[in-house]
Design a protein around this ligand. Structure first.
Ligand code: B12
Ligand code: SF4
Ligand code: SF4
Length: 326
């Protein structure tokens, strides 16, 4: 005769399986679950990172420290963190003569929109079967990229991969070309075990970073990162970084491209929502050089490139196309 305790545990396992299977059915590539808790080690790490001013001008990274290091401070009643991965490795690439765009921005629709919609669908399917009281109705609890949530750490805790020396969450099946989505739920679940670190003695990413932005012990110095400089930084790219942009005008994939886990595991996504912006992929160097605001608005509406905006992108193109001489 099953005890009350064993029935309770069985209930958690059944709900956890339902969540993971549903996440896969709606198009996520992986889903894992972690217990919501204070991230003590990460708080120390983040404090040092901020003290070194590695956040550059991203002032928001220094705000909401308590919430960022403890999801229970973000969402009242939160007990578990559901983490999803979406593989975005593309089937086709840019014209090799063109200024380079990071692969995460190859799709016609910005990934934030796609993941937010999928998290919404996942939540609704859970609610349909298990009731609305599993989620905090008054606070935002679906996250992708923009909130004070240490997404890579939660993905690691949810057993979806390890944090590589390039600071990416690397999954043993897909590599690191994945987006992370987070859904916070007010219910205990059956938790995953974190995956062991599998970088070993490799240091290809550290050696390949053209600007020395990756440090072995203190993480990534955003001030030197091409991704920060070409997307997030307001105004022009810093003069010291210009000679090392490696033709990137939006984002940077170098520390991902060199990773052996991507070379052997990355497979093209078939997700229809991540359909590629084929017009952009075909553009030559001169198409980029002659980009007008009207063309930008037509080709990049709803894409990730909107984040940088036309003026910033145009400035980056000029620097790269004019041989960093500006
Ligand atoms: C700010 C930010 C940036 C900044 C700063 C990057 C950085 N490394 O912090 C800039 C603009 C440079 C950037 C660039 C990119 N980003 Co970004 N970015 C973020 C954001 C919003 C916050 C990251 C953050 O918290 N940084 C603070 C530092 C301290 O955190 P961290 O390096 O992740 O380290 C934490 C843990 O990993 C852990 N940790 C790591 N090492 C160690 C070591 C020890 C000893 C300990 C105790 C802990 C520890 O502690 C830290 C605190 O928890 C997240 C979304 C989110 N809300 O999480 C996306 C996110 C990290 N970015 C993402 C992507 C895709 C990119 C780019 C690949 C885009 C591109 N191609 O240009 C690059 C990659 C650069 C790189 N190698 O990291 C994805 C990563 C997905 C994945 N599979 O890992 C995220 C998760 C967005 C998403 N939802 O998918 N990004
Ligand atoms: S994204 Fe580029 S610049 Fe930034 S750490 Fe990686 S290789 Fe270096
Ligand atoms: S390149 Fe090597 S060290 Fe860097 S993240 Fe990949 S496996 Fe780890």
């Amino acid at each position: 005769m099953p005890t009350l305790a064993s029935c309770f545990v069985l209930g958690l396992i059944v709900l956890t399986e339902f969540i993971k299977n549903t996440a896969l059915e709606i198009g996520f590539d992986a889903c894992g679950i972690a217990k919501a808790d204070f991230l003590e080690q990460d708080a120390l790490y983040l404090r040092d990172w901020l003290a070194d001013e590695f956040q550059a001008e991203m002032g928001y990274m220094a705000r909401n420290f308590e919430k960022r290091t403890d999801p229970r401070q973000m969402v009242e009643g939160c007990k578990s963190i559901i983490v999803t991965l979406l593989n975005y490795y593309p089937a086709r690439f840019q014209n090799p003569q063109a200024p380079r765009i990071s692969k995460y921005a190859y799709s016609k629709i910005d990934y934030h929109t796609i993941i937010k919609e999928k998290l919404f669908v996942l939540e609704n399917k859970i609610i349909e079967k298990y009731g609305a009281n599993l989620f905090n109705a008054t606070q935002q609890h679906r996250f992708v990229d923009s909130a004070p949530v240490l997404e890579r750490r939660w993905a690691e805790r949810a057993g979806l991969g390890w944090i590589g020396k390039n600071k990416m969450l690397i999954n043993h099946r897909f590599g690191s070309y994945t987006f992370i989505g987070v859904l916070m739920i007010n219910k205990e679940l059956d938790y995953d075990e974190p995956m062991r670190e599998r970088c070993g003695s490799c240091r290809k990413c550290l050696d390949a970073c053209p600007t020395g932005a990756l440090t072995e012990y203190n993480g990534l110095d955003a001030r030197k990162c091409i991704s920060y400089q070409t997307i997030e930084k307001k105004g022009e790219i810093s003069k010291e970084i210009r000679p090392n942009l490696s033709d990137y005008v939006f984002g940077c994939d170098i520390c991902n491209d060199v990773c052996p886990w991507n070379k052997s595991r990355a497979k093209a996504t078939k997700l229809p929502e991540l359909a590629l912006n084929d017009e952009m992929l075909k553009w030559s160097k001169s198409d980029w050089e002659n980009l007008t605001k009207t063309e930008f608005n037509r080709v990049f509406k709803r894409t990730a490139l909107e984040r940088a905006g036309f003026e910033k992108l145009k400035g980056n193109i000029e620097i790269v196309v004019q041989g960093n001489l500006k």
